[in-house]
Design a protein around this ligand. Structure first.
Ligand code: AQP
Length: 359
């Protein structure tokens, strides 16, 4: 290989209803990439057991639901590989190897672990702590070059880059000897001339990289927030969407006409960002149209837009989930294609490390 093949990898956990943050920050942004490079989209079910084991049956239905959401949003199984993580063994195998590459200190700095473990740190699973190593394995099992995600994943992607860098450095001689390396596209003193793993590029752009809770503009919109009013689920009907936007926390001032007027106003900034992302506009354009308006006028316009954009998606999700056998067929086909890419990469990794291969 003379260069890394441009390849996108991303995923969502099947831990509950997908919300507007997952849609605007991740899934909707994957759609145009399908026509630009090879794309692999995973339902990351191994990540879904790090907090607790779901009830029997829940993982199956949530996995199918997330798959349906991908397709309803425009991910086309003819253009992209769609599969669930647990069906491709390479993820877990590479994650173990990365457990031995990553340093305790690196993982101890991960803010998401601190937030999710909270005060109950001693009782958190080892899986929750090592989650970023599995995420690095998800990406690097395909030697993916680009990863489109929301802003909350930035630190984990930096860790993926650190793991790739350390592996490339630690095994530089072996990679060269085996002839499995790729010339480093951006030569630097920190890296050898040939790399096995690419130094993945995060793709975190646009007005919706971090959608905030509708109840608190300083907290991320999240599946695990106990208040359902804090998020718009992709399964919400038109009335719920309108109600949640009507009840969204705001301040008493009118919308500003310039972007700097949103500073120090997290709730206003969030709603303007949501409008911009749904309409495919910039925040500046939204403020050009709504600057000077009260929330009493802006919120109904936002609710109409959200319903117009999400209702067809919800309808299509319902149609797709009514045929679970077809979803399973797509996931099976995707898993075979994904394994066909990842298995030879894992075979190289085993050789690079030096395991006895008895096959
Ligand atoms: N609020 C958000 N704004 C923008 N992007 C977001 N993402 C998540 N929340 C927002 C992006 O969605 C993708 C999949 O995320 P995930 O569900 O696999 O994990 P998460 O980030 O942990 O999502 P949640 O909703 O916050 O789940 P819980 O409550 O379980 O922690 C990622 O690209 C993520 O950036």
């Amino acid at each position: 290989m003379t260069a890394f093949q441009p390849r996108v990898f991303s995923g969502v956990q099947p831990t509950g209803n997908l919300h507007l943050g997952n849609y605007l920050g991740a899934v909707s942004r994957w759609v145009p990439l399908q026509d630009q490079m090879e794309t692999i989209f995973c339902v990351v079910d191994l990540h879904a057991i790090t907090a607790s084991f779901p009830e029997q049956g829940e993982l199956q239905s949530a996995t199918r639901e997330v798959t349906a959401a991908y397709m309803a949003a425009g991910i086309d199984p003819k253009k992209s590989i769609i599969f669930n993580q647990s069906q491709v063994r390479a993820h877990a195998e590479l994650a173990w190897i990365f457990n031995c590459v990553a340093r305790m200190g690196w993982l101890s700095r991960m803010t998401q672990f601190k937030e999710k473990a909270g005060k109950n740190r001693e009782n958190a699973s080892v899986g929750l702590f090592a989650y970023p190593n599995l995420m690095a394995a998800d990406i690097l099992a395909y030697r993916a070059t680009h990863v489109p995600v929301g802003d909350d994943q930035k630190q984990h992607l930096e860790l993926t880059r650190d793991i790739a860098q350390k592996f490339n450095n630690d095994f530089a001689d072996r990679i060269k000897e085996l002839g499995v390396g790729v010339p480093n596209p951006t030569p630097s003193p920190e890296l050898p001339e040939e790399l096995y793993f690419p130094i993945t590029e995060p793709m975190i752009t646009g007005p919706a990289t971090r959608i905030m809770s509708l109840r608190d503009g300083t907290k991320k919109m999240s599946k695990s927030d106990p208040s359902d009013l804090s998020r718009i689920n992709l399964t919400d009907d038109a009335d719920s969407i309108a109600k949640k936007i009507r009840k969204a926390k705001t301040d008493p001032d009118a919308l500003p006409s310039e972007i700097k007027g949103l500073e120090g106003r997290p709730e206003a900034d969030n709603l303007v960002g949501i409008y911009a992302a749904l309409a495919g506009h910039t925040k500046e354009e939204v403020l050009k149209d709504f600057g000077g308006e009260q929330f009493s006028a802006f919120k109904p316009a936002l609710a109409d837009l959200a319903v117009a954009k999400l209702a067809p998606l919800t309808k299509e999700m319902r149609r797709l989930t009514s045929d679970p056998a077809e979803i399973d067929r797509i996931l099976k086909d995707g898993a075979e294609k994904a394994a066909a890419i990842a298995d030879p990469i894992l075979a190289d990794v085993r050789k690079i490390i030096g395991f006895l291969d008895v096959a």
